[in-house]
Write a protein that binds this ligand. Structure first.
Ligand code: G4F
Length: 327
């Protein structure tokens, strides 16, 4: 069972689990739109949709419906990936962020605690819990010092997962994920915004890219690697928390360099900054130490930043070229 199955990570994890012969169930928020672009291929596969992949409708705060679905489906593994995940937006909608990202996790833990057959539980935590850390790289023991509403909500959820593991004996784990991107990344996150713009500018479809602060540094990896690690975490004999990261730190300028280089352009000719995209408080440097994941899960991130940016720009160029050819 996956919450957030229609998101970037949910869609990769669903594909990986199906390829491992799992029956996959997804919790989906009921909205008037039925667009689930990232699951399109699976939907149209007659051997998969409603044979080995099933969707159920429930909002994260609808505990009665979620309990009913879990009682009916009796999952072995529950991957909790859903929540309000945009850090910048969390300053505009802090209550919604805490309601879904923080309380949504606690509500799920409460349901699982009461189940006769308890699934193994994975919560997607975030490097945002470290905020402005006093150590680099950060590991599972680094103090949590969040500086954004999203980081505060994730810190609450991460600590609750630990508490339910230690106090109630749940098999509950935190995947403390650093930024992980892909061609399926939401278009308002900085990497996808950059790769979409680089592609559009190179095709003559756009002439400017407006961004916020360019000084931040992040540890950017490739999303399918991270969902693979999540699965590995739930196959261990004991539940634990793991940092998932590449161990390399890059600036937004480095990402701009790599993305625009793919299309032989210099980003300095196109990028402008707008305070609208700047955050009231910002995590400046984040870099993870994933040596525990390497040792215990036999996991390492495979993709370097230039290769990631290049891959995303090529995919955006293909998408934009094919949507142009439909007109
Ligand atoms: O792409 P971002 O929005 O990612 P951010 O804030 O690091 O959060 C992502 O990674 C976290 C893991 O550490 C996740 F937990 C979280 O859910 C999310 O997936 O911003 C990256 C950096 C920031 O410093 C931001 O200020 O890019 C800067 N930035 C500059 N201009 C921008 C923009 N970010 C966005 N989204 N849009 C801009 O125009």
């Amino acid at each position: 069972m996956l919450t957030g199955i229609t998101g970037q990570d949910g869609s990769y994890l669903a594909e990986q689990l199906l390829s491992r012969n799992y029956e996959v169930h997804g919790l989906v928020r009921r909205t008037s739109s039925t667009q689930r672009v990232r699951l399109d291929t699976l939907f149209h596969d007659r051997d998969v949709y409603e044979k080995r992949l099933f969707l159920h409708y429930a909002d994260l705060d609808d505990t009665t419906t979620i309990r009913r679905i879990l009682l009916k489906t009796e999952p072995d593994e529950l991957y909790h990936l859903a929540g309000q995940s945009h850090v910048g937006a969390s300053f505009e909608i802090p209550e919604t962020t805490c309601q879904f990202t923080g309380m949504g996790t606690l509500k799920l833990l409460e349901i699982v605690r009461d189940l006769a057959k308890q699934p193994r539980f994975l919560h997607i935590s975030s490097s945002e819990i470290f905020g402005r850390p006093d150590a680099a790289p950060q590991n599972e023991h680094t103090a949590m010092r969040p500086v954004t509403p999203y980081g505060v909500a994730k810190t609450f959820a991460t600590n609750m997962v630990r508490l339910y593991r230690d106090s109630f004996g749940l098999f509950a784990c935190n995947a403390i994920c650093y930024n992980h991107e892909s061609e399926r990344r939401g278009e308002s996150f900085v990497t996808r915004k950059i790769t979409k713009a680089a592609a559009a500018i190179s095709l003559g479809l756009q002439d400017k890219l407006t961004l916020g602060a360019l000084d931040g540094k992040r540890d950017w990896g490739y999303a399918p690697d991270y969902t693979d690690a999540m699965w590995r975490m739930l196959q261990q004999p004991t539940a634990d928390d793991y940092v998932l990261a590449t161990g390399a730190e890059h600036s937004i300028r480095d990402f701009l360099d790599a993305a625009f280089k793919t299309v032989d352009l210099d980003w300095r000719d196109y990028v402008e900054q707008d305070p609208r995209y700047m955050r009231p408080s910002e995590v400046t440097h984040l870099m993870g130490d994933a040596s525990k994941a390497k040792k215990i899960l036999d996991w390492t991130a495979t993709t370097t930043l230039p290769a990631l940016a290049e891959r995303m720009v090529h995919s955006d160029r293909e998408q934009q070229t094919s949507s142009q050819s439909h007109f």
